[in-house]
Design a protein around this ligand. Sequence first.
Ligand code: IPE
Ligand code: IPE
Ligand code: MG
Length: 253
Amino acid sequence: MTDEINMIKSPIPEHLAIIMDGNGRWAKQRGLPRISGHQQGVETVIRVVDACVKQGIRYLSLFAFSSENWGRPRQEIDALMGLLTQFLASQRQKMLDDGVRLRVIGDLSRLSEPIQTALADAERETSQGNALTLILALSYGSRDEIMRAAKQIARQVVEGDLDIDQLDNKTFSLHLDTGDLPEPDLMIRTSGEVRLSNFLLWQAAYAELYFTDVLWPDFDAAELQKALDDYSSRKRRFGLTDEQLQALEEKTN
Ligand code: IPE
Ligand code: IPE
Ligand code: MG
């Protein structure tokens, strides 16, 4: 509860999650191949990471590739994986200089060996970064993540390492890929789609949602500011009444 009250009082989200959508449509509008939209999308990622560091946001989760995106044409998947590899190589020094710590969530076993290695190296090398934790969701889907957590828990119960009556929300959360991370306070989706597409379904139970028509390649610091301004005007209640919240806030002051 104290964590929640901290979030009520904070004008800036501690954890921002973004569903980066609209790369393909951005390219199509310009008569370009979809991959050009993804290339431009990487430029936006670099811009938005900078903006988040400047804003003092502590955690930024980016939905980069979903478990369902494996169904896209092979050529597009390969191009996306190529962009990821380039991103890791080109941003390594900058992440170290800026105190950005990289974390990856998702079913990484489906990624190629070289990419798995590059991700593990980047996570290790940037592990001391203490400005921003950048969480890349790759081969990620909430249902898949929840299933994997459920299987881990079932295994522990069967092996006698966990008493089923000890299982609660908190323990369950620890088995998710995001086990050690705070829950998102604000979730942004670009490109005008108004759905979560299997992103952080458990974790975003009380996230504020913000949708914009801007396509991801066109998203920038000014668009981020609009979302943050909107967020700061929201009233987060977590199921309580205004009066209860006020009493809690007075108590914590
Ligand atoms: C988001 O852009 C990036 C990924 C899903 C990898 P899209 O590729 O989904 O772009 P649209 O939705 O087709 O415009
Ligand atoms: C969600 O975008 C996944 C990512 C942003 C990586 P999609 O473009 O795949 O989502 P849908 O298919 O429109 O729901
Ligand atoms: Mg899309």
